[in-house]
Design a protein around this ligand. Structure first.
Ligand code: KG4
Ligand code: ZN
Length: 343
């Protein structure tokens, strides 16, 4: 009997379910996005997100099982994102997963959303350790050192906004639709980085800060409005994108001096960014050509249950199961995800 994992992801604005057999054979990965609804509000409305998850979850599960040509009785375990994320949204997935675990008498696996983003790279092949994960998502921006599999140490982080959040806020002030990342990325190709934007100082050499950069763009827009001048929007996008991405890549290169690693893995929605995908591997190659760089394929950069399933599959092998009173933790730190070895 093959190992067969059903995974559920509902931490933000995508309702997703996936079925994975063995370590990386994906039989289905259904993603029902709420973006069209939230875009009317310019960002994710948590209460609306919970309600839409509650409406969609059973349909998404049904489709995931149907596409995989399996029924619930064939499952070895059910995995679910238990945090971080929106509390109400997380609970919808968690309750569905618990109901399946009870009904089919299979283990429950509680997965950390950001660790899932990191393990999306498993679809490219096994990861090599020690590794350094560059987490660039809508809610998180972190450099995570992984001495061994499933060990996570945050060695650098944003002091304020996440990079994806900064993209979304800058897009909003420029009058671009939500989510702003893909739109800024697209426009940046039509412009040149001709606006001078700040590169904020941070408390720690491996930290980043996006709030100052975001405010600088907001001020640029407001000043232009007051003077009745029009901005070259594509150039603003190119300037912001260059600063935002260069900042995290600069910190990554600095981190490599302290943490000699075998592999760098990129993780999170901003891993879909074209400039990051081109510049990060190039700059790493210039200073450390021996280090492997992995970037997840486009289809698993933003939220999906396949990445939760691929990590859960490793957790299943190692016996990392959750109790049926498992809670959702909106602020779960990746360092508290699994028991970490003592120093
Ligand atoms: O990882 P994710 O789905 O959300 C969290 O787990 O937080 O990432 C969503 C973020 C959004 O902020 C979105 O604007 C950004 O990823 N994003 C991008 C691109 N595609 C998505 N940012 C920059 N360039 C892109 N091409
Ligand atoms: Zn995410």
């Amino acid at each position: 009997m093959k190992k067969c994992i059903l995974a559920i992801e509902t931490s933000c604005d995508e309702t997703s379910a996936a079925v994975l057999v063995d370590d990386r054979t994906l039989l289905s990965n259904i993603v029902s996005s709420q973006i069209n609804v939230h875009s009317h509000y310019g960002g994710v409305m948590p209460e609306i997100a919970s309600r839409l998850h509650a409406e969609q979850i059973t349909l998404v599960l049904e489709r995931a099982l149907r596409e995989s040509n399996l029924d619930y009785s064939k499952l070895s375990a059910v995995a679910v994102t238990a945090g971080p994320g929106l509390i109400g949204a997380l609970h919808v997935g968690l309750q569905a997963a618990k109901a399946i675990a009870i009904a089919y008498q299979i283990p429950l696996i509680a997965v950390h959303h950001i660790a899932g983003h990191i393990y999306a790279n498993h679809f490219l092949g096994a990861m090599e350790y020690p590794a350094l994960a560059v987490v660039v998502s809508g809610g998180h921006t972190e450099l995570v050192y992984m001495p061994h599999e499933l060990e996570f140490q945050i060695v650098g982080r944003t002091q304020d906004d996440a990079i994806g959040e900064a993209y979304d806020k800058v897009a909003r002030v420029l009058g671009l639709p939500y989510p702003g990342g893909p739109e800024i990325d697209r426009l940046a190709h039509q412009g040149v980085p001709s606006y001078v934007l700040p590169s904020p100082k941070t408390d720690h050499p491996l930290n980043v800060s996006y709030s100052g950069l975001k405010t600088a763009v907001v001020n640029l827009v407001h000043n232009a409005e007051q003077r009745g001048e029009s901005l070259r929007v594509a150039d603003v996008c190119a300037s912001f994108q260059k600063r935002a991405v260069d900042m995290i890549v600069d910190r990554l290169l600095k981190a490599l001096e302290r943490y000699p690693v075998q592999q760098i893995v990129v993780a999170g929605g901003v891993a879909a960014n074209s400039y990051l995908r081109e510049s990060l591997p190039r700059r790493v190659r210039e200073v450390a050509p021996h280090i492997e760089v992995a970037i997840p394929p486009f289809w698993c950069c933003t939220d999906n249950a396949a990445m939760i399933a691929v990590l859960a599959s490793r957790m299943y092998d190692l016996g990392h199961f959750a109790p049926l009173d498992q809670g959702a933790d909106p602020d779960w730190s990746i360092e508290d995800f699994l028991p970490q070895p003592k120093e």
